[in-house]
Design a protein around this ligand. Structure first.
Ligand SMILES: Cc1cc2nc3c(=O)[nH]c(=O)nc-3n(C[C@H](O)[C@H](O)[C@H](O)COP(=O)(O)OP(=O)(O)OC[C@H]3O[C@@H](n4cnc5c(N)ncnc54)[C@H](O)[C@@H]3O)c2cc1C
Length: 415
């Protein structure tokens, strides 16, 4: 793999007329057998493959994708990165992820445009004030840097905000200064390039249609490009997790629902952090192009359409106009949706399964982009060694045992 650097750009410009760049990753065709097959070339699947190779030297790996790499939720999200969760197990995995984001561009030699611009979660009821103060205290004990800030400080950081909304005033906010955003496609592309350089196969346009077993153990997958045998199988397909689990012969406690986002026309810089208003149900940041990136809650029905309903757009924009009146003057350019996989306690599942050799990584719901490197790190360890401290609490048996990791406060509108 040729390294990307300022020197390489100058050399290509002066000597090769920019014709010497290689493809970032090989578009591979499947071999008959792999040590590990990962289903799903989203951020979590690709990060898992990357850390299997980097941390454990396992490189006979295929990542199988039914569409195009990064075309699922990874390429559809609003890119918010934060680690201000309440429970210790969550703070550990999300903070591991956030810290890996800080050096990801250097690690992958790929600019993922990580921007630690700060994430603010507004408290607009007394209940939220108490909830976020509690989270700030929990974060202090966990070593995660957050603070509860006053309305005046909120206004200093975000001058365009309206503190006295028609329904709910801003009473303060939970502020994580080292939270921020990154370029979502680049995260997928950077991992894909690094995996391909390690000799792994990324196989696009290849749908998994069945899971084959040899007794109690997995033996491979049936795909639209034929049968592929494997020793271990990682299922990392977000909104389609229930379907893949069904193929493998077990059930998952997840529901799939559409979540949508929209962007406005580009405007001059007006806001240099991320603001989430969970009571009125909307959040916003500004992209490098100048578009206001906007999201809200999930549709209240289960579906597999990557669209989202119209009434939700209206609800989200109304919430944003309350919080930032200038939004009423903006034209919206695009709207899209993804299918998110939600568990009852709003925490992910990183787990062994009832089938030997099959591991599942899902349930990131509306907030898994921020977790990609931490999840890949832990899940690779679980797949390679059979145990992982980062994943230990997130087993699927917690639903049978009532050992929930309740993040419904942190994850009510969790992005
Ligand atoms: C609108 C929206 C906004 C969001 N905003 C944020 C945010 O701001 N911050 C945040 O942290 N998170 C956010 N999220 C959540 C985040 O996007 C997801 O949690 C995360 O991207 C999940 O990554 P993944 O790799 O697990 O899944 P995906 O990226 O969806 O990848 C799974 C892949 O599996 C493939 N697949 C499915 N079935 C099969 C099959 N049978 N065979 C082969 N391949 C298959 C799919 O095609 C897909 O590419 C948002 C999500 C949405 C939809």
């Amino acid at each position: 793999m040729k390294r990307y650097s300022a020197f390489a750009i100058v050399r290509e410009a002066l000597m090769n007329d920019h014709k010497g760049w290689e493809r970032a990753w090989r578009n591979a065709q499947p071999k008959k057998r792999y040590d590990v097959v990962i289903v799903g070339a989203g951020g979590h699947g690709l990060a898992t493959a990357y850390y299997l190779g980097k941390n454990f030297g396992i490189t006979n790996v295929a990542v199988i994708e039914k569409g195009w790499l990064g075309g699922g939720n990874t390429g559809r999200n609003t890119t918010i990165i934060r680690s201000n969760y309440l429970q210790d197990a969550s703070a550990a995995i999300y903070e591991k992820a956030r810290s890996l984001y800080e050096t990801m561009s250097q690690d992958l030699n790929y600019n993922v445009m990580f921007s630690p611009r700060g994430v603010m979660m507004l408290a607009q009821t007394e209940h939220e004030v108490r909830g976020y103060q509690r989270t700030a205290h929990a974060n202090a004990l966990q070593g995660v840097q957050t603070e509860f800030i006053s309305p005046r400080r909120v206004k200093d950081i975000v001058p365009i905000i309206n503190l006295d909304g028609p329904r709910y005033p801003v009473l303060g906010a939970l502020w994580q200064e080292r939270g921020g955003t990154a370029r979502h496609d680049a995260v997928a592309w950077g991992y894909a390039r690094a995996c391909s350089a390690m000799g792994m196969d990324i196989i696009q346009q290849c749908e998994v249609t069945g899971v084959t077993r040899d007794g109690a153990r997995v033996s491979g997958v049936d795909t639209s490009k034929g049968h592929i045998a494997c020793e271990k199988l990682g299922i990392v397909v977000a909104g389609h997790s229930g379907e893949l689990a069904r193929m493998a012969g077990f059930r998952l406690p997840v529901e799939s629902a559409p979540l949508q986002a929209l962007v406005s026309e580009p405007i001059k810089p007006v806001m240099d952090c991320v603001v989430m208003a969970n009571t009125v149900h909307g959040y916003m940041s500004q992209s490098d192009k100048g578009e206001m990136v906007i999201g809200g809650g999930t549709d209240s029905y289960n579906a597999f359409t990557q669209r989202g309903s119209f009434h939700h757009i209206e609800h989200t924009v109304a919430a944003l106009i309350e919080t930032f009146p200038m939004v009423s003057r903006l034209k919206m350019l695009r709207q899209w949706g993804g299918i998110v996989d939600m568990t009852g306690d709003r925490s992910p599942i990183l787990s062994r399964t009832p089938v030997d050799g099959i591991f599942i990584n899902c349930g990131w719901g509306t907030g898994g982009f921020k977790a990609i490197p931490g999840s890949g790190w832990g899940f690779a360890e679980l797949m390679a060694t059979g145990k992982s401290a980062l994943c230990a609490e997130f087993g699927m048996d917690r639903f049978a045992k009532g050992r929930f990791i309740d993040e419904s406060v942190a994850a009510g509108v969790a992005h």
